[in-house]
Design a protein around this ligand. Structure first.
Ligand code: ZN
Length: 299
């Protein structure tokens, strides 16, 4: 959808008339209409694209279709794999694939519609892993020593898969789109004001939406992926008690390093998340015992 920005009224008729005599260079006024229209449009737009996150039930607004999301995921995955040294054999690769498949198998099929699971190991020092929409998972070899054991690896893979199942990427795209439209609406509203006032308002709006909406959003997503990922790992009969230990190791791995591991920089607040894991533990242990009663696994 395109929004037209009306042209600034240049030196022609309207600018010659008003406010010249007001002194102090005071120009046009703030226009409420664009903001009001944007707010009404945003409300309608969001409300008609409302859904609930699997497991947590949180209300989310996603305007990207599943097909679009899966196609984008596949495209990015192929790009990343093409530019990486992909390991397709050996014990570490087998382990990643086995753990990933075990986790994928315990997720309700209705939450993974259109997914074609794929698990790859990428040779890189990065302490990182990801899952793109459509079930495209990759683990970097740098993560293996920090994950330490298969339960640790399951916690990370569970977390990444949870991001894809909860459609966090599509939700972020939706909020970024709204932020862009909001920026245009604010731009129209202040279009006739003094340039320095315009700059100030635009900066305030930019910072407000960044720190008030987008960043809290990403923290919410991280915590939700931790919660859901722990449930998935527990359902697949891995030991959820490894989660807080894993995050302690992650925090240690970033200590004293100039640049923290990628996984840490995009997944902040290790202390808070360790506390969260401890709070979720009774639920996760219960899940594991109910899913793994007649399991052949060691637990
Ligand atoms: Zn994450």
């Amino acid at each position: 959808m395109r929004i037209r920005i009306p042209r600034r009224r240049g030196g022609s008729f309207p600018a010659r008339f008003p406010s010249r005599g007001r002194g102090s260079g005071g120009r046009g006024k703030f226009r409420f209409l664009p903001i009001l229209l944007f707010a009404l449009f945003a409300l309608f737009y969001l409300w008609s694209n409302k859904s609930a996150v699997p497991l947590t039930g949180r209300t989310q607004f996603v305007t990207v279709s599943r097909d679009q999301e899966v196609a984008l995921g596949l495209q990015s995955y192929q790009q990343i794999l093409n530019q990486s040294n992909v390991i397709t054999s050996g014990p570490a690769y087998e382990k990643v694939k086995e753990i990933g498949q075990r986790i994928a198998s315990v997720i309700e099929p209705e939450f993974t519609e259109g997914f074609k699971w794929e698990f790859n190991l990428i040779d890189s020092e990065q302490v990182n892993a990801f899952c793109l929409p459509g079930g495209k998972v990759a683990v970097y070899t740098g993560l293996i020593p920090v994950a330490e054991n298969e339960d640790g690896l399951a916690v990370v893979i569970g977390h990444e898969i949870a991001h894809a199942v909860a459609r966090h990427g599509a939700e972020r795209m939706t909020s970024q789109k709204l932020q862009q439209w909001g920026t245009m609406a604010v731009g129209m509203s202040v279009g006739d004001m003094d340039p320095s006032v315009q700059r100030g308002v635009m900066q305030a709006f930019g910072m407000g939406s960044q720190f008030g909406i987008l960043l809290p959003f990403s923290r919410k997503h991280e915590s939700e992926a931790d919660d859901m990922g722990l449930t998935f790992a527990a359902r697949a009969c891995f030991n959820p008690e490894e989660a807080p230990k894993l995050w302690e190791r992650m925090a240690k791995a970033s200590e004293g390093k100039e640049k923290p591991p990628e996984f840490m920089s995009t997944h902040p607040n290790p202390d808070t998340r360790i506390d969260n894991f401890k709070a979720w533990m009774p639920k996760a242990l219960k899940t594991r015992s109910s899913f793994c009663k007649i399991s052949k696994n060691k637990y």
